[in-house]
Design a protein around this ligand. Structure first.
Ligand SMILES: [Ca+2]
Ligand SMILES: [Ca+2]
Length: 193
């Protein structure tokens, strides 16, 4: 699989530089191979479930998601449970992924909000995802993050899908996410830098 990863990294680098026409012409044949690979794996990943559907996981792109709305835990305990389940608390990298997650949490019968994997407990205001995803896409609720009495953990409001920085000790339901087979990063978001 490390060969596949190298190939994907190469294709991503190619994709980033494809706007320069001379570069594009030079690597045209490689580029064609990359595009074909991307198309084939996209079809494969959407038609072949890689998630443990029988145990409550659902699939979006090549990631698996599991709503745990019945058991309420502190943010740290919720994260521990997701890690034990082979994943982490959910991260959201794009509007499309958020739309999917909003659909998943619509099944939550009660509660105000659910834990996600974001936190700014290391550097105040320096938000990051526990699974290492870049914290680029954001959807804060109005007036947040407000660090109200030192709120450092991220929750998503069930009724609106907006985000709130929340008291990490609150007991909430949560959403876990684990990666399926890595075919391609299909959640590319524009860089803000
Ligand atoms: Ca904070
Ligand atoms: Ca807040």
């Amino acid at each position: 699989t490390s060969t596949v990863r190298l190939f994907i990294l190469f294709c991503e680098a190619l994709e980033l530089r494809s706007l320069h026409s001379s570069f594009y012409l030079l690597f045209f044949h490689f580029y064609a191979i990359c595009v074909s690979y991307k198309a084939i794996t996209f079809v494969l990943s959407s038609s072949h479930p890689q998630c443990d559907l029988a145990n409550g996981w659902t699939q979006y792109g090549s990631n698996c998601y599991k709503l745990k709305a019945d058991t309420r835990k502190s943010w740290a305990a919720a994260r521990y449970d997701c890690v034990q389940d082979g994943g982490d608390l959910v991260s959201i990298a794009s509007a499309g992924e958020e739309q999917y997650v909003t659909g998943v949490i619509a099944q939550s019968p009660t509660g105000i909000s659910l834990w996600m994997g974001g936190h700014d407990s290391i550097t105040e205001g320096g938000w990051e995802w526990t699974d290492g995803s870049p914290f680029r896409y954001i959807h804060w609720n109005a007036g947040n993050p407000d660090d109200y009495y030192g709120e450092d953990c991220l929750s998503i409001l069930i009724n609106k899908g907006h985000w709130n920085d929340d008291n990490c000790e609150n007991k909430r339901g949560y959403i876990c996410k684990r990666r399926g087979v890595m075919y391609w990063k299909n959640t590319r978001t524009p860089s803000t830098s």
